[in-house]
Design a protein around this ligand. Structure first.
Ligand code: TXA
Ligand code: MG
Length: 326
C-alpha cells in the first residue's frame, strides 16, 4: 500500500492536469482528470494513441455514476450494481461535463469503477472522474506491473503508483447494455457467462475491420515487439510445433504443459490448467518472452471457455500484427 502522502501527492498531480499511472485489478491505467481536456490530450500524446480511440472514465464508487451521467437504463444500473467495483466497463451517454476529447467525439462514454484499493482511493482523493486507458504505448502489450509502465512510458508519466501485479491481468469486459439485448464490445476479465446471469442472453460483437466500435478490438493490438505465431486449437500442429524447430531461437507460450525440445524460453500460464491464473499471467509472460531475445514467440491457445475466450482474443490480436487474420 502506498503511504497516504504518496496517494495525496498523486491525487494533487491529477487535479493539476498531470498524468498518474495507477494499479487496477485488470491492468495498470494511465490516468488524467477526465474533466480537463488538456490533461486528457496528454494521455493521447504519452501513449502515441490515435485520436479516434476513446478513453474509459473511472469513478471511485458506484454512487458516483448517476450524479455524473444522470439516469441510466435499467440493465446498465443492474450490471453496475452487481459488478462494480470490478472489471466491467459500461457504455452510457456522454455527459456535458466530460469534454469530447475523452470520448473521441462519440456521444457515448465508457465508464467503470475499478476494484483495486489504490485506484479507488486515488480517484476519491482526486475528487474528479479519471480518464485512463491502459498504461502502455498504443498497440503494445498491456502493463500488469509498475515496472512494465516504467519501461514502456518512462518520463512521459508524472507519477507511477506501484500496487503489485494486477490480479486479473487482462482488461475489463466492455458492454453496451443500453439496448434490448446487451452487446459485449470487448471480451475481458469478466466472463460473458457471468454477465448473462444478470441480463439474460448477450451478444458478443467481435471487432470488425473499418470504423471500430471499441478500438481495443482492432485486429492488431496488445502485441509484443517479437513476432508471435498462434497455433491452431487442438490441431495436429500443436504437437508438431512443440518440437524445437532447428535454427532460430524461439520462445514458447504454453497453457498447462511444458513443451518438449530446446526452446530458448518457455512460459507456462497455469500448470494447474486454471484459466483465471492463465489470464493473470498472460501479459507478464508475454513481456518476459518479448525481453528474452528470441526471433519468434510461438503461442498455444487456451480452452475457449470463460476467461479463456478473452485470453485467446488477446493472443489472436497479438498474432495479427505479424500474420494478418483472414
Ligand atoms: O481494464 C481496463 O479497461 C483498463 C483499466 C485501466 O481500466 N483500461 C483499458 O483502457 O483497457 P484502453 O484505453 O486500453 O481500452 C479502452 C477501450 C478501447 O478499446 C476503446 O475503444 C473502448 O474502450 N471505448 C472507450 N470508450 C468507448 C465508447 N464510448 N464506445 C465504445 N468503446 C469505447
Ligand atoms: Mg489498451
Amino acid at each position: 500500500m502506498p503511504a497516504d502522502g504518496d496517494l495525496a501527492e498523486a491525487a494533487s498531480v491529477l487535479r493539476s492536469g498531470g498524468l498518474v499511472a495507477f494499479p487496477t485489478e485488470t491492468v495498470y491505467g494511465l490516468g488524467a482528470n477526465a474533466l480537463d481536456a488538456r490533461a486528457a490530450a496528454r494521455i493521447f500524446e504519452a501513449k502515441a494513441r490515435p485520436g479516434f480511440d476513446p478513453l474509459i472514465t473511472h469513478l471511485a464508487d458506484v454512487a458516483d455514476l448517476v450524479p455524473l451521467v444522470g439516469p441510466v437504463p435499467p440493465a446498465v444500473a443492474a450490471l453496475a450494481a452487481r459488478f462494480w467495483p470490478g472489471p466491467l466497463t459500461l457504455i452510457v451517454d456522454r455527459p456535458a461535463a466530460i469534454p469530447p476529447i475523452v470520448t473521441s467525439g462519440l456521444a457515448t462514454m465508457a465508464v467503470r469503477v475499478p476494484e483495486h484499493e489504490h485506484a479507488r482511493r486515488l480517484i476519491a482523493a482526486a475528487g474528479v472522474p479519471v480518464a485512463a486507458p491502459s498504461a502502455n504505448r498504443f498497440g503494445q502489450l498491456s502493463p500488469t506491473r509498475a515496472e512494465h509502465v516504467v519501461r514502456g512510458l518512462g518520463a512521459a508519466v508524472d507519477v507511477v503508483l506501484d500496487g503489485g501485479p494486477s490480479r486479473c491481468g487482462i482488461e475489463s469486459t466492455i458492454v453496451d447494455a443500453r439496448g434490448a439485448r446487451p452487446v459485449v464490445l470487448r471480451l475481458g476479465a469478466l466472463p460473458v457467462e457471468e454477465l448473462a446471469k444478470v441480463t439474460g442472453p448477450v451478444t458478443v460483437r467481435p471487432g470488425s475491420s473499418g470504423q471500430p466500435v471499441a478500438p481495443g478490438t482492432l485486429a492488431a493490438h496488445y502485441a509484443p515487439r517479437t513476432p508471435l505465431r498462434l497455433l491452431a486449437a487442438g490441431g495436429p500442429a500443436v504437437g508438431g510445433a512443440k518440437a524445437m524447430p532447428a535454427g532460430l531461437r524461439r520462445g514458447y507460450l504454453a497453457f498447462r504443459d511444458r513443451p518438449a525440445g530446446g526452446w530458448a524460453a518457455v512460459e507456462l500460464l497455469s500448470a494447474a490448467g486454471d484459466l483465471t491464473e492463465a489470464a493473470a499471467r498472460l501479459f507478464d509472460a508475454l513481456h518476459r518472452l518479448d525481453a528474452a531475445g528470441v526471433a519468434e514467440i510461438v503461442a498455444e491457445p487456451v480452452p475457449e471457455t470463460g476467461l479463456g475466450r478473452a485470453v485467446n482474443d488477446r493472443l489472436r490480436r497479438a498474432a495479427a500484427t505479424w500474420h494478418p487474420a483472414g
